[in-house]
Design a protein around this ligand. Structure first.
Ligand SMILES: Nc1nc2c(c(=O)[nH]1)N[C@H]1C(S)=C(S)[C@@H](COP(=O)(O)O)O[C@H]1N2
Ligand SMILES: [Mo]
Length: 476
């Protein structure tokens, strides 16, 4: 596309793992996410197909059209004077867990781990209230289309999506035009001054910087509604095969019932080579007909037996569910699976369906562990007191200061591994110039690549980043 200007991007949270900068795409780690019932803004993922647009709220205008006719123009200050609605709803990208699906067979798209999920409180005006003000005979139209003409996108001249009129007009479906997130003014990164909030639907329909609404007999013609965000059958395994098929498959609406294992911490059991593990995670509701999550279970014996987890948070029908569970007498290495159930009795299935775009992956949640004799993940043990991250020493670092468990083993490979881990999970980069011992300094630089690959290995096979999760706002 012709014009995409990345010169005015806002400042971003250091807590996100950056997947791409133009456009900006970044996610937090799942173990940090589950520390908060309501996701704080600095842990809310960013998903863009274009540069981020910044507009002053006072002059921001929304246009509502029916066909070619403009049927309403309303400013954000005017929207703010209408009755306000608030809803807690989980925003999730259809590509959440794509990396896991990609391990089955390569898929197209950003290799998201399991952090493109945010449980926020959204404030704004109900879409149905705005649509009613147009005096259009709404029942004659099947769809409500949203557009942000503010900028070109990677695949189309604007970003667009649509939802069925029915969804828009059902008051209990809580579709909003939001100007607030977590009781604060909606930031540019998350679609401010105005974005669409469609509880229960994939994030792609939650159009950011929405400037135009079109009441229409048809779905949005936009690329992201018509030729993306669809679950193609598994035999469609190339872009060429997909090309003629997009129009034959429905646009995605709700995402499937899902759960993810976010963190595992271990305690050695007295007088025994076995451990007790504490497992935390999140679960997500499927289609509305199933209701919200009613239970989550975990298995450490490959699904032969299941232990119920304790649900520690759920709010209303659109929120995520947080859960945790302790399991005693597990060996030094193992695998924990999670599965969610909903109010209608649906159960999350073991396998996820592979599809070309890597969307809607919902196999059992899974995490592996591999502890040393003290219950520590086997490699992350070293950090010299002189190592500095950004401007802070390891002791001052908000996410590292209470890592009592770290031994100051002066081993460059270990330092590099920790450095790679810290960088991945918090965005901080090791400033090796500030390591006082010259030998160690050059070695740490030299081994950074090794550290990166060790860290990748740990991420794939063990549980590590719980050591990096507590920040100043964090609590247990
Ligand atoms: N205008 C616009 N709206 C958009 C997008 C976009 O690229 N442009 N991305 C969509 C997708 S795919 C998702 S998952 C969510 C992400 O919202 P967030 O960046 O606030 O987390 O916004 C949706 N709305
Ligand atoms: Mo998305």
């Amino acid at each position: 596309m012709t014009h995409m200007d990345y010169d005015n991007e806002p400042e971003r949270s250091e807590l996100l793992v950056v997947q791409g900068t133009e456009p900006f795409n970044a996610e937090p780690t799942a173990d940090a996410l589950v520390e908060f019932e309501q996701t704080p803004e600095d842990l809310v993922y960013c998903r863009n197909h274009s540069p981020v647009c910044e507009y002053p709220e006072e002059t921001y205008l929304l246009t509502v059209k029916c066909g070619d006719a403009t049927v309403l123009k309303i400013s954000v200050p005017e929207l703010r004077s209408l009755p306000k609605a608030q809803v807690v709803a989980v925003l999730q990208c259809a590509g959440n867990r794509r990396k896991e699906m990609g391990a089955i067979k390569p898929v197209n798209g950003v290799a998201w781990a399991d952090g493109v999920v945010a449980n926020c409180k959204w404030g704004g005006v109900r879409l149905c209230d705005v649509l009613k003000r147009t005096r259009v005979s709404l029942g004659d139209y099947a769809h409500v289309c949203f557009a942000s003409y503010s900028t070109f996108c990677q695949d189309d001249k604007y970003y667009g999506a649509s939802i069925p009129m029915n969804k828009a007009m059902t008051i209990h479906d809580d579709v909003l035009l939001a100007y607030e997130m977590n009781d604060e003014v909606l930031s540019a990164d998350h679609g401010g001054p105005l974005r669409v909030v469609v509880p229960g639907y994939l994030g792609a329909r939650w159009v950011k910087w929405v400037d135009t609404i079109i009441i229409s007999p048809e779905e949005s013609p936009n690329y992201y509604q018509q030729r993306d965000y669809k679950v193609l059958p598994p035999e469609v395994d190339s872009k060429a095969k997909a090309a003629s098929l997009w129009s034959k498959f429905p646009s995605m609406t709700a995402l499937p019932l899902n759960s993810v294992v976010a963190s595992i911490t271990a305690t050695p059991m007295p007088e025994s080579p076995m451990f007790s593990i504490f497992v935390k995670g999140y679960a997500l509701p499927g289609p509305l007909s199933g209701g919200n999550v009613s239970a989550v279970e975990v298995s450490v014996d490959d699904g032969a037996s299941w232990t119920p987890a304790t649900v520690t948070y759920q709010k209303g029908k659109w929120s995520w569910t947080l859960w945790e569970v302790s399991i005693d007498r597990v060996p030094r290495t193992g695998t924990v699976y999670s599965r969610a159930k909903d109010e209608a009795g649906n159960v999350q299935q073991r396998e996820g369906l592979w599809n070309l775009r890597g969307v809607a992956y919902s196999a059992w949640g899974v995490k592996y562990w591999n502890f040393d004799s003290r219950g520590l993940p086997t490699v992350l043990v070293a950090l010299p007191p002189t190592a500095r991250f950004g401007h802070q020493s390891s002791a001052e670092h908000p996410r590292l200061h209470d890592l009592r468990l770290l031994h100051y083993a002066f081993d460059a490979v270990l330092i590099s591994t920790v450095a790679a881990g810290v960088r991945r999970s918090s965005g901080f980069t090791l400033n090796s110039e500030l390591i006082s011992e010259p030998n160690l300094r050059s070695a740490a630089d030299k081994y950074l690549g090794v550290g990166e690959s060790i860290f990748d290995m740990i991420q794939a096979t063990a549980v590590n980043s719980s050591y990096f999760k507590r920040d100043t706002k964090g609590h247990r």
